[in-house]
Design a protein around this ligand. Structure first.
Ligand SMILES: Cc1cc2nc3c(=O)[nH]c(=O)nc-3n(C[C@H](O)[C@H](O)[C@H](O)COP(=O)(O)OP(=O)(O)OC[C@H]3O[C@@H](n4cnc5c(N)ncnc54)[C@H](O)[C@@H]3O)c2cc1C
Length: 365
């Protein structure tokens, strides 16, 4: 039997793992995907970081938890580039316009992958096991029995391709809606809790993030900030996405098309994006070194069926019942969406991971 099993190797799960291990507990992190990071993904060119396909920004002056962890993990920030004019891209009309900046908005050197890497490097070898989706949590008298699908593993066998891990405490660091839709709980979770989980949208889960990598930041030479607000699309907003010294040079944008439209025009999306960037920034935008289109709605481990169909909602602090331990005090929810600070954001993921670890440590140490 292990002390703590953490489900999900996103920022919240890794934070809970680091804190629990630092308190002397035996920890195992199981991750459904073949890679860690969850919503944190990077665009790479020849193995080098170009930009962020998931989150990009933190706001350290307003996010003390992020600020504290960035210092502890030695991850540097730099200001989001906002010098120069923005562009308003309206039907038949493209105009330069000052667009309001955001005080304190910052990029992370190497992207948020730097946080994920630094957290995972603090864990001892073999703590994280990828490609192992948890399917069921069963409450026992002294532990929780965790059922996992494990193509290659053959530990304590509970049927074809299913392993069991027995844990004194479990931290469920996956989005609430994903947990509700894809996991089974024995005994069943209380009905009102299930309703609160169903009502907790996964922040940005149905978004599409686009990164265009260029040889140089030619828009800056034109006195443009790289910022576009568009009513034409397919990108509804665009931002400068360069490294701290302007290299690698990149722009990023969010797509405004519905999932249905995206699926209908999937093959045409790259050329529609390039057409728009060319219209806004000129000929040089026509030939990116690389273009990445990350459709998060297609990632089942992040985007639930209800996130896919429902309207995007801004994250808000969810009811206390999501932060109460379950299964006789042995099961704790983490995940950015259950945080009381910055729910849905990186700041929230760090906080939720810390809070879950504190509860586990209090019970076991
Ligand atoms: C496009 C986009 C842009 C964003 N922009 C920003 C931003 O600028 N600033 C900001 O602060 N935040 C932003 N966010 C939100 C930020 O990414 C999240 O707050 C943070 O990454 C959440 O971390 P997490 O650990 O809580 O969850 P996740 O990253 O979702 O991690 C959950 C993990 O659980 C795994 N999992 C799921 N089901 C199972 C299972 N059954 N068994 C095992 N593992 C499972 C998943 O594979 C995943 O690795 C953005 C998100 C997206 C998608």
């Amino acid at each position: 039997m292990i002390d703590v099993l953490i489900v999900g190797a996103g920022i919240s799960g890794l934070t809970a793992a680091v804190q629990s291990q630092a308190a002397g507990l035996q920890v195992c992190v199981v991750e459904a995907e073949d890679v860690i990071g969850g919503r944190v993904r990077s665009a790479l060119h020849n193995g080098n970081y170009v930009g962020d396909l998931g989150p990009s920004w933190v706001w350290p002056p307003w996010q003390p938890v992020v600020a504290r962890w960035l210092t502890a993990l030695d991850v540097e920030t730099y200001a989001q580039y906002e010098e120069g004019a923005g562009l308003l891209d309206f039907p038949g009309q493209l105009s330069r316009h000052p667009l309001p900046g955001q005080h304190g908005i910052a990029r992370l050197a190497g992207g948020p992958q730097s946080i994920v890497r630094a957290l995972s490097e603090r864990l001892t070898d073999n703590v994280i096991r990828c490609g192992m989706p948890v399917q069921k949590l069963v409450s026992q008298s002294d532990s929780i029995e965790v059922h996992l699908h494990s193509a290659g593993e053959a530990s304590a066998n509970a049927g074809d391709n299913t392993s069991l891990i027995q844990a004194r405490q479990v931290v469920l660091a996956v989005p609430m809606r994903v947990a509700l839709e894809s996991l089974r709980f024995e005994p069943e979770l209380p009905q009102d809790l299930q309703r609160h989980m169903a009502d907790t949208p996964t922040w940005m889960a149905a978004q599409v993030k686009v990164v265009a990598h260029y040889a140089e930041a030619f828009w800056r030479e034109q006195g443009l900030s790289g910022r576009v607000a568009s009513r034409v699309g397919p990108l509804v907003e665009v931002h400068d996405h360069c490294g701290s010294d302007g290299s690698p040079a990149a722009l990023f944008g969010f797509m405004g098309l519905t999932l249905e439209q995206r699926q209908q025009h999937r093959d045409a999306l790259p050329s529609l994006v390039i057409e728009q960037l060319q219209r806004c920034f000129g000929e040089q935008a026509a030939t990116p070194i690389g273009l990445w289109i990350e459709d998060w709605a297609l990632v089942d481990t992040v985007c639930s069926a209800s996130d896919r169909t429902g309207a995007a909602q801004h994250p808000e602090v969810r009811p206390d019942s999501l932060r109460q331990p379950l299964m006789d005090g042995r099961l704790h929810f983490a995940g950015a969406e259950v945080a009381t600070e910055s729910p849905g954001l990186i700041d929230g993921a760090l906080q939720a991971g810390e809070v879950a670890a504190e509860a586990v440590i209090k019970n076991l140490v």
